[in-house]
Design a protein around this ligand. Structure first.
Ligand SMILES: Nc1ncnc2c1ncn2[C@@H]1O[C@H](COP(=O)(O)OP(=O)(O)OP(=O)(O)O)[C@@H](O)[C@H]1O
Ligand SMILES: [Mg+2]
Length: 638
């Protein structure tokens, strides 16, 4: 098993290179024509400022020439007219281009966010196992990927172009300053470069802070979502957890804020110093230029040219610094994204995989050892079982004995560290996991209820038949959910959620319904039954929330639902597994007893003890005689 935290390290030039190429790929795939358009607009925008500075200087010089005002009276001079016209066009372009640029940037931002989410979630979906979903490292990286998609990724192209645009402006303005004084140009440029270097270092620190506090942000969001959750609302109220959770949430937020504030103070000091230095250099340069103009060694227009060029350069350098900051931040976060999209499958996939034939002989579990992590104790310790095709295995045992873990391994959500699980004699590691799962239907102990309609909640059990209302109704009938669903306000089209509302017409919406615990479980069962005809049906505590009548009905219909397939039924209600062809009793990660109900009762072991305890409970209440439990029974106790 590949450990979830074996993801790429987050430092070094390779990391940066990988992240930068991933960023380029995503941005390009999101729309190459858009990138081209943005490049052209940015280049044009980058040249407006220097062009304006030159035109302005020429106008002033032209007016300051001896006899200038008289010569240009009424703007009869074509040269001056053209200069003024040029200034006007530059002014219009300076106001219109940013609007176009902003619109194109917003379109591009959206396209990049879609591309990012698409690629990241495709990658997540492609992992065959579930171990990565239990990895905090992976959760942090996904969190950062989300932040990237919603934030800096979309601004990446803009920022890179912003840097290019500002560089273009800077080069033109430096040339301008060199014409006034090479030394002045050099000093002004050096001070501005210093400011940019400081900003870049700060941007890197900011990005690193985002990475370092990612887990804190996740915790803060987790507490926040508990405070908003419809599921948690009852416990939050009955135990008065609101203040406690809010306190925890704010503590995380304050921690992140404190770290951010400390960094921002540092940034404020560095940037103020750089700004003051740059302003001082410009003031000195202005003094120098004015003195030269007064001496008559420079034309008067050079004062305006210097002011515009120096301030323009300051602005351009500020733009470079902030755009580079976004680039750096994006690239750091793209590193997390790259780890997500380029992580190898969390379970090895055979190449080429063996085709998964219909189950003929059965499933063999052979000396399987498993633990969730190397630092954890063994959960399964040499489990061996044979489940003949077409039979029903009842799997029982105390809490934590490893039953759910075993069925997760049967579905290949994890691989055992030792031993094998075979499908008709072929190790399931040789099979394509998705092809294997096509042959399995399951209702897990922690089954899902989706914020979808009743029909969709069942239909997602077999996406190919999600529109087949007859199939959905049949599955609902088998699970005893049909009558209840038919009585819902909109029948099968009723939304099973109170956190969304369904749109019934253009202007009206109706609230969804909240299903009861047992109804939710029946719908989860129906979802598994949608996959009728699958080879292996796994049901992990499928009746834990059902009423006695429903449990009895489902027990009697299970054979229909099983429809000749092989079934593994886990239940603490031992009456439910009584009719199984074989019952395996698990304790502390091993199978300690195996046999039919009668054989196990005769053996007088753990099963017999648990069964008698439940039966005695019913004896006490008078609902069933000893050894004759009714269809419902109490849960096994330790
Ligand atoms: N995802 C997981 N990561 C780490 N440990 C786990 C995980 N899932 C289960 N465990 C541990 O594995 C052990 C077996 O759990 P499992 O869910 O298989 O028991 P079970 O027999 O199904 O219990 P129950 O009857 O309560 O459903 C438990 O000690 C549990 O804490
Ligand atoms: Mg379990």
């Amino acid at each position: 098993m590949i450990r979830p935290d074996e993801l790429a390290p987050t430092a070094g030039w390779r990391y940066w290179l990988r992240a930068a190429s991933a960023a380029t790929l995503v941005v390009w795939s999101a729309g190459s024509r858009l990138v081209g358009g943005l490049v052209v607009i940015s280049l044009a925008a980058g040249l407006i400022m220097p062009a304006t500075a030159w035109l302005q200087r020429d106008v002033l010089d032209s007016l300051a020439q001896p006899g200038g005002p008289e010569r240009h009276a009424g703007l009869g001079d074509h040269g001056l007219l053209l200069l003024v016209l040029g200034l006007g066009i530059a002014g219009v372009a300076a106001t219109v281009l940013p609007q176009i640029q902003q619109y194109a940037q917003s379109v591009q931002r959206q396209a990049v966010a879609v591309a990012l989410y698409d690629r990241a979630y495709r990658a997540v979906e492609s992992w065959p196992g579930v171990a990565r979903f239990e990895s905090p490292v992976f959760a942090d990286k996904l969190q950062l990927t989300g932040q990237l998609a919603q934030g800096s990724a979309g601004s990446l192209v803009n920022s890179v172009l912003g840097v290019c645009q500002a560089l273009l402006t800077t080069v033109a303005l430096v040339v301008t300053l060199v014409l006034i004084s090479p030394l002045l140009a050099l000093v002004t440029l050096a001070v501005q470069l210093l400011a940019v270097a400081a900003s870049m270092a700060n941007a890197r620190r900011q990005a690193q802070l985002q990475v370092d506090t990612g887990h804190r942000v996740r915790r803060q969001q987790s507490y926040g979502s508990l405070l908003r959750s419809d599921v948690a609302a009852k416990e939050v109220r009955i135990f008065g957890l609101g203040g406690f959770l809010r306190g925890r949430m704010l503590a995380e937020l304050r921690f992140v804020n404190d770290a951010e504030r400390a960094l921002n103070r540092r940034i404020m000091r560095a940037e103020s110093l750089a700004g003051a230095l740059s302003a001082a250099v410009i003031a000195f340069g202005l003094l120098w230029t004015v003195a030269r103009v007064a001496d008559g060694r420079l034309p008067v227009g050079d004062v305006s040219l210097f002011v515009m060029a120096a301030q323009g350069m300051q602005g351009a350098m500020y733009q470079i610094a902030s755009a580079l900051g976004t680039v750096i931040q994006s690239v750091v976060l793209f590193g997390a994204y790259t780890d997500v999209v380029s992580a190898p499958p969390d379970l090895p996939i055979a190449d080429p995989p063996v085709a998964v034939p219909p189950l003929r002989r059965g499933v063999t579990v052979q000396d399987v050892w498993f633990r969730y992590d190397e630092s954890h104790p063994w959960v399964l310790r040499g489990v061996s079982l044979f489940i003949p095709a077409g039979t029903r295995l009842g799997l029982v045992g105390l809490n934590g004995s490893g039953k759910t873990t075993l069925v997760k391994l049967l579905c290949r959500m994890y691989d055992p560290q030792r031993g094998t699980i075979q499908w008709d004699g072929v190790d399931i590691r040789e099979l394509d996991p998705s092809a294997l799962r096509c042959r399995i239907a399951a209702v897990f102990q922690d089954y899902m209820s989706y914020d979808l309609t009743a029909a969709e909640n069942i239909g997602v059990g077999d996406l190919d038949a999600i529109g087949d209302t007859d199939a959905i109704r049949r599955a609902a009938m088998l699970a005893g959910a049909d009558r209840y669903i038919a009585r819902l306000p909109e029948g099968y089209d009723t939304l099973l959620s109170r956190v969304f509302s369904s749109r019934t017409s253009r202007n009206s919406t109706t609230a969804g319904v909240m299903v009861s615990g047992g109804q939710k479980q029946r719908i989860a069962l129906a979802r598994a039954f949608m996959r009728g005809g699958r080879d292996l049906l796994i049901a992990d505590e499928p009746m834990s929330s059902l009423d006695a009548e429903a449990e009895h009905a489902i027990n009697s219909k299970l054979a229909d639902a099983q429809d000749g397939s092989t079934c593994v039924l886990i239940s603490h209600r031992l009456a439910s597994v009584r009719a199984a062809d074989n019952i395996a009793v698990m304790s502390d990660g091993t199978v300690v007893e195996e046999g039919t109900h009668d054989e196990l009762m005769c053996a007088g072991g753990l099963y017999a003890r648990l069964f008698s305890l439940q039966a005695a409970g019913y004896g006490d209440t008078g609902s069933a005689g000893p050894g004759e439990p009714a269809a419902t029974s109490v849960k096994a106790t330790r």
